[in-house]
Design a protein around this ligand. Structure first.
Ligand code: HEC
Ligand code: HEC
Length: 276
């Protein structure tokens, strides 16, 4: 059953401030109904709501999220559920809108966030962005030296002959991201990077227009995507893992692309979704 149908049947209110008990209940029922095994079910069962003293904090209210995304949104070890902790708030907010508005596809996420207002999505994004928790060490690279060199070249310098900007031009010289809306590239498993870049190439992941990443990925071959993902995933994290406040100044004549982002909901507005 589609997640949104189930949630309607469960009578979740569209008042934008779904309580954690509802979120937890929904997550557990979705999990129970749609997944019959694996870590998710274990995660769902291992946090009985009744056993937890209920405090109305973001940490409690986002337990349904961290069942998949790992404690404090640190990512699950298998690399399938992405890390949320410490990613720029604008980036996370854009992704929540992308799932809700079907520019990214993952039914369970879309079902969970569909009833929530823009202001509440932003609040969750800001909460995860504020969590400052350590990253796992990178796994050793599995690609050949030549593949890794090609990856490094593309990430650090791009390819001006093909109007391909360096990845660091937008993602920051240390690849730790640029606030508010450009994510870092480090601390992500190779499979996740390959999957996301592959999804852009296949038209299954889109961002707010203008979708600069779509443009970039369309200029990369599958081999180049793999080279870039292999090199990036093997890089150690710098001492300062925080997103920087400005992208490096582009050298004169360097190619640059514009990237879209959602406008932020006005502060204090109770339910911007209702006004669309
Ligand atoms: C059933 C498991 C599950 C639950 C529950 C879940 N997520 Fe996710 N989430 C995922 C998966 C899987 C992806 C990656 C999908 C993809 O590859 O596009 C994802 C992606 C995301 C992303 C994009 C991350 C990035 O770096 O691009 C954000 C933000 C996010 N989730 C936030 C949340 C929030 C907030 C909640 C709770 C309201 C939540 N998720 C609940 C599984 C889940
Ligand atoms: C013109 C600026 C720009 C350039 C150049 C650029 N990116 Fe991005 N990238 C972005 C933006 C903005 C996003 C966030 C898109 C969104 O909102 O979904 C992004 C997102 C990503 C993501 C998704 C991260 C996640 O957690 O899911 C990956 C992976 C990525 N870029 C890799 C690359 C690689 C590799 C290169 C170089 C080949 C590159 N980018 C070059 C702007 C850029």
């Amino acid at each position: 059953m589609a997640a949104h149908v189930m949630e309607k049947r469960m009578g979740l209110r569209h008042d934008g401030r779904m309580k954690m008990t509802q979120l937890q209940c929904l997550a557990r029922r979705l999990v129970a109904a749609t997944l019959t095994g694996g870590t998710l079910l274990i995660a769902g069962v291992s946090m009985p709501a009744a056993a937890l003293p209920f405090e109305d904090t973001m940490a409690q209210r986002t337990l349904a999220c961290t069942a998949c995304h790992g404690p404090q949104g640190r990512a699950a070890p298998d690399g399938y559920y992405p890390r949320l902790a410490g990613k720029p708030a604008g980036y996370l907010y854009n992704q929540l809108l992308n799932f809700r508005e079907e520019r990214r596809h993952y039914g369970l996420m879309t079902g969970l966030i569909d009833p929530l207002s823009d202001a509440y999505l932003l609040e969750m994004a800001q909460y995860f962005a504020s969590l400052d928790v350590p990253y796992p060490a990178p796994l050793p690279a599995q690609a050949t030296a030549a593949v890794l060199r090609r990856g490094e070249q593309l990430v650090m310098h791009g390819d001006s002959g093909r109007k391909l900007p360096a990845c660091v031009q937008c993602h920051g010289q240390a690849m730790t991201g640029v606030v508010p809306a450009v994510p870092g590239l480090l601390g992500l498993p190779r499979d996740y990077l390959n999957a996301q870049l592959g999804a852009w190439k296949a038209g299954q992941r889109r961002a707010h227009a203008p979708d600069c990443m779509q443009d970039i990925v369309s200029r990369l071959s599958r081999e180049e995507i793999n080279a870039v993902a292999s090199w990036v995933a093997a890089q150690p994290l710098p001492a300062n893992t925080h997103a920087v406040s400005a992208a490096p100044a582009a050298a004169p004549g360097k190619d640059s692309l514009r990237c879209g982002s959602a406008p932020l909901p006005a502060a204090g507005m109770p339910d911007t979704k209702a006004q669309k």
